[in-house]
Design a protein. Structure first.
Length: 402
């Protein structure tokens, strides 16, 4: 089985477009929350984590961006940054196939909404053919591959909030099994009227003016965000042959699914616990020194995730520090797993874990060592990243640095 190494990262989110800068901002307690720029009385007082003044031309030049909608542009920008960071020049991509695996929960919701509204209000003949091309959930991955001349595997993973981490795990399995040698893997999600309306009406948002409080006794919901991120993954021999810088490794991956019936309680059957156990493998939790959780402040999902982590770590549950980025960056959905992984890699390299934003009164029932108040110094090289979706999808990734 091939070893999977990470040779570059690229991201764009509310706290910046450099993983080191985002890590520093999280350690400093900064957040990306602003009043919602989306008009509507139902959004009054709500905040979102939006990318401020996003201009894809800054990254992609003055090319024709018209075929790309916002999700496509987020993907193209994050891929551009990952390719540059990993040294995959255009000439190298001509000589060696590089693919792309994208995780997204909903895809281009703004484009889908605009296409449907125009067709319903003015008639099908007035619906935009250009918009139609971007209404399929795999459009952004395809557009990103076309834009960057990526001729390898092209896949889209849609498993709710677990999409981004699932995409990285799937890509690592393709490389490990010899079915691919180099892939960009990660996730993307845009902010739109449709997504925010659904988020608010479904009762997933915290109250207007409030902040998310992951793992806190007072947690009541999250804040919707947007972003995109890709890791450049490749087979270790390929990376060595081109003298690529190795910034980390994907050691293992596990996934699972809970039915809606079992999702109704924090305890009971728990697919995330099984996914973590699969990812840890025969070595168990002994070598894991930190956990990057996907908790966002949701009353039930935070509890299920905490129970899964605690049970999977066993006797080490109160010895391994646990954090999350969603108290500062919000719920970026399909992008979340990729952003979590990048921040964890930076944390391992910098030997410092950012604290959980908004966590002031940890829920003592969880029995975990949450990072609160200030960054936590760590001296470990191997960590766990988790993701749990409302629909029941769950996955866990083990990453390491030298």
């Amino acid at each position: 089985m091939s070893e999977v190494v990470i040779t570059g990262v690229g991201l764009v989110c509310a706290l910046g477009d450099q993983s080191s800068r985002v890590h520093e901002a999280l350690c400093a307690g900064e957040d990306g929350f602003d009043p919602s720029p989306i008009p509507g009385a139902e959004f009054e007082g709500y905040r979102v984590s939006a990318i401020r003044e996003f201009d894809p031309r800054h990254y992609l030049g003055a090319k024709n961006l018209r075929p790309l909608d916002r999700t496509g542009r987020l993907v193209a920008v994050a891929a551009e940054l990952a390719l540059a960071d990993s040294g995959w020049s255009v000439d190298r991509r001509r000589a060696q196939d590089v693919g792309l695996v994208l995780g997204t929960a909903f895809g281009s919701t703004k484009t889908i909404g605009e296409f449907d509204r125009r067709a319903m209000q003015e008639g099908p003949e007035y619906a935009s053919p250009l918009d139609f091309a971007n209404t399929v959930i795999s459009a952004a991955a395809g557009q990103g591959a076309i834009w960057h001349h990526l001729r390898g595997v092209n896949s889209t993973i849609s498993t709710g909030l677990a999409s981004g981490l699932h995409a990285i795990g799937y890509a690592s399995q393709l490389i490990r099994s010899g079915r691919a040698t180099a892939l960009l893997a990660g996730g993307a999600e845009e902010l739109s009227f449709e997504l925010l309306l659904g988020y608010v009406r479904a009762g997933l948002s915290c109250a207007p003016g409030d902040v998310p409080r992951p793992f806190d006794r007072r947690r009541s919901g999250g804040i919707l965000g947007e972003g995109a991120g890709f890791l450049a993954l490749e087979e270790s021999e390929l990376a060595r042959s081109r003298n690529a810088r190795v910034i980390g490794r994907v050691e293992a991956f596990g996934a699972g699914y809970d039915s809606r019936a079992t999702m109704a309680a924090a305890n009971g059957p728990n697919a995330l616990r099984a996914a973590i156990t699969r990812a840890l493998g025969s070595a168990g939790p002994q070598g894991v020194g930190a956990v990057m959780s996907s908790a966002s402040g949701h009353p039930l999902l935070d509890a299920r995730e905490a129970v899964a982590i605690r049970d999977a770590l066993g006797d080490r549950a109160d010895l391994v520090p646990v954090t999350t980025i969603k108290g500062n960056l919000g719920e970026t959905q399909g992008a979340g797993g990729a952003l979590q992984t990048m921040v964890m890699l930076e944390s391992l390299r910098a030997r410092r874990l950012p604290p959980v934003g908004g966590l002031e009164q940890p829920d003592e029932r969880f029995g975990l060592d949450f990072v609160t108040g200030a960054p936590r110094s760590i001296d470990v090289t191997r960590a766990l990243v988790t993701a749990l979706a409302r629909e029941g999808n769950a996955c866990a990734l083990v990453v390491s640095v030298d």
